[in-house]
Design a protein. Sequence first.
Length: 196
Amino acid sequence: MSDTMQAWVDFALEIDALKGVERKSKPPGLDRYENAAEHSWQIALLALALAPQLAPDVDAARVVGMLLVHDLGEIDTGDTIVYATEGWTERKAAEEAAIERIFGRLPAGRGDALRALWQEFEAAETPEARFAHALDRAMPALLNLANEGQSWRENGISHQRVVERIGPPIEAGCPALWAYMKPKLDQAKDQGWFGA
């Protein structure tokens, strides 16, 4: 039992590294960038809050599980801004290798359920995975809306690029959320909150 417990403790310490993965958006009111662990925590709580109202037929616990594991591969790869358009195939292969390494630290077979949640999120084929993707794509934009376009301006991200990149997955996974966000993004464009 102590070897098994040590493996779980080692896993917990390994995933602590997600706190050191810096993202491109700043939390509202703070003069620092958020980290990937904060992002995962925030959208997991958002899923718990929104699922009953906006996606009553999804298993909220599975959505939360996906959101808690979806960025663990970034421990090895770092974060890439959601609006990036190149290198995704290579990046996803590197993240998958990281997931195998991280979940491989667990006792035999114990990482399978966690790995399955990560794979389900990546495939984006189930209603739960589409809902999880919607929240993952929405949160950086919601932070930007709260920060007058901070990371859009800093990284030269246009309104069109944001809408094209996040609109389809948000609309597919949580149409009500996209209906809320689209006019806000248009208003942000009018206010000059986007990059070139």
